[in-house]
Ligand binder design. Structure first.
Ligand code: NAD
Length: 303
């Protein structure tokens, strides 16, 4: 039987599918040494974002044929080494788009209405109705950076709230944006014109720190930034300075440059709210990411 090693929590339906084609070992929370040992004779490795599939890990895998990533981003997998070794990498790019888009809307509303801060205050026994006065989404301009799967789902939902949508995405044809009722603009114009800015691009050398001091300085005083994509897209130091000096209104962050964040000063600010990388953490997204990847693995193993 083929040995299938699963090193991050995977939905039970996905495990069932994998059991049809191999011996499944679920071993989560492994140390690096334990992973290097277990990977030796595995033919399939299934991960989410927790396991770092580095060159060293792949080089220790003597029999590895397939790596399954139950989710979208494959930035935790050394794709160059996998390709070099002829290992197939499969993922589930569509599985979490709606979950991430819904969290984005949730964070926009939470930041606009100070919901987390008001909840904390209420639980402390306070009844402070003035301090948490917010703003509406209705009639505001939302700037979407990256108009791909998630960006487009966010656009649809934000349009239902009565927002005007502009977007920066150099790879999306103008006709597609127009057909969605979205105006394409440059990144600097997006920063100047938006009341809310949300990021939905992958983290690459090109997109790293694409929102830095120069872009933040262009933003309106009331701008709210939401990031449910990757921490490295924003220069956190520049963001911290701007939020501390109230040069922009607030930030709502699901992702951080370092995860879990260690002594991140952003988390000391009242105008920052956030979640611990929860974008794809829904029953539906996890089930669909796991089963999509398991079905692909089944197909590959059955040839
Ligand atoms: P996608 O590939 O469908 O869309 C990405 C879009 O970004 C594309 O339209 C592309 O043209 C655009 N883009 C690429 N480089 C760009 C650049 N330099 N400037 C502007 N636009 C650029 O991806 P998706 O499924 O929408 O996911 C977007 C990102 O969301 C993923 O890369 C991932 O990092 C993140 N994500 C986060 C979570 C979470 O848990 N928070 C879950 C899933 C995905």
């Amino acid at each position: 039987m083929v040995k299938i090693l699963v090193t991050d929590p995977l939905h039970e339906d996905a495990i069932k599918i994998l059991k049809e084609v191999g011996d499944v070992e679920v071993a989560t929370g492994l140390s690096k040494e334990e992973l290097l040992e277990k990977i030796k004779d595995a033919e399939v490795l299934v991960v989410r974002s927790g396991t770092k599939v580095t060159r060293e890990v792949i080089e220790h895998a003597e029999k590895l044929k397939v790596i399954g990533r139950a989710g979208v981003g494959v930035d935790n997998i050394d794709l160059d080494t996998a390709t070099e070794k002829g290992i197939i990498v499969v993922n589930a790019p569509d599985a979490s788009s709606i979950s991430v888009a819904e969290l984005t809307m949730g964070l926009m509303l939470a930041a606009a209405r100070n919901i987390p801060q008001a909840t904390e205050s209420l639980k402390r026994g306070e009844w402070d109705r003035k301090r948490f006065k917010g703003i509406e989404l209705y009639g505001k301009t939302l700037g979407i950076v990256g108009l791909g799967r998630i960006g487009q789902q966010v656009a649809k939902r934000a349009q239902a709230f009565g927002m005007n949508i502009i977007a920066y995405d150099p790879y999306i044809p103008e006709e597609i944006a127009n057909s969605l009722g979205i105006r394409l603009v440059s990144i600097n114009d997006l920063c100047k014109e938006s009341d809310f800015i949300t990021l939905h691009v992958p983290l690459t050398p090109k997109t790293k720190h694409m929102i830095g001091k120069e872009q933040i300085d262009l933003m309106k005083k009331n701008t709210i930034i939401v990031n449910c994509a990757r921490g490295g897209l924003i220069d956190e130091k520049a963001l911290y300075e701007a939020l501390k000096e109230k040069r922009i209104r607030a930030a709502a962050l699901d992702v951080f440059e370092e995860e879990p964040p260690k002594d991140n000063p952003l988390l000391t600010l009242d105008n920052v709210i956030g979640t611990p990388h929860q974008g794809a953490s829904t029953e539906e997204a996890q089930k669909s990411a796991g089963t999509i990847v398991a079905e692909q693995i089944k197909k590959i193993l059955r040839g």
